[in-house]
Design a protein around this ligand. Structure first.
Ligand SMILES: [Ca+2]
Ligand SMILES: [Ca+2]
Length: 170
């Protein structure tokens, strides 16, 4: 009863036991249902799947629920600093070269710090005009081997609303 039977659901409980051939944290079945490539090994989060809307991202305290409208994550900061994390990855860094790009907006000027496997990758500034823009973090020397986890830490005044459209390597 591992969710590979007659149901096409994307229940998170199924995702724990389904095979993820390319290590992007999304099962082969999920990727098939949602038009992704289960063999590309690419880091890609779009948040456009209603059945598993956060695509495995979790809040790490001091945030509201992160599931936003279809196609987005959004949350309010309960403190001046809070994080969202994505574990369960087995991404080959060599297949994901370039920049980590995040399309995001914020109601107040926000500093974003990004870590992978607990090591800092870099920071970016998001304007406080609540307009979507794409911030890019070059993937330097800390981005190597197998990427198992990502952490995005947001620093902004308490009450700031952040909305993420997508996260990709490009
Ligand atoms: Ca996958
Ligand atoms: Ca994939």
């Amino acid at each position: 009863m591992n969710g590979n039977g007659r149901f096409k659901g994307v229940n998170p409980e199924y995702e724990r036991v389904r095979t993820d051939s390319d290590g992007d944290g999304l099962s082969d079945r999920w990727e098939d249902y949602n038009g992704r490539d289960p063999d590309d090994g690419r880091l890609q989060f779009e948040f456009d799947c209603g059945g598993w809307q956060t695509e495995g991202w979790m809040s790490e305290g001091d945030l509201t629920n992160i599931a936003g409208r279809q196609g987005f994550l959004d949350f309010d900061l309960f403190a001046a600093q809070a994080s969202i994390t994505r574990g369960g990855l087995k991404l080959d860094a060599a297949k994901n070269q370039g920049k980590l790009a995040i399309r995001v907006r914020s109601t107040t000027a926000t500093k974003l710090s990004v870590s992978a496997n607990g090591k800092s990758l870099g920071t970016a500034s998001i304007g406080g005009d609540n307009q979507f823009s794409t911030v890019e973090i070059p993937l330097g020397r800390a981005w190597t081997g197998t990427i198992k986890s990502l952490q995005l830490t947001w620093s902004a005044p308490k009450g700031t609303t952040v909305e993420i459209d997508w996260i990709r390597v490009q």
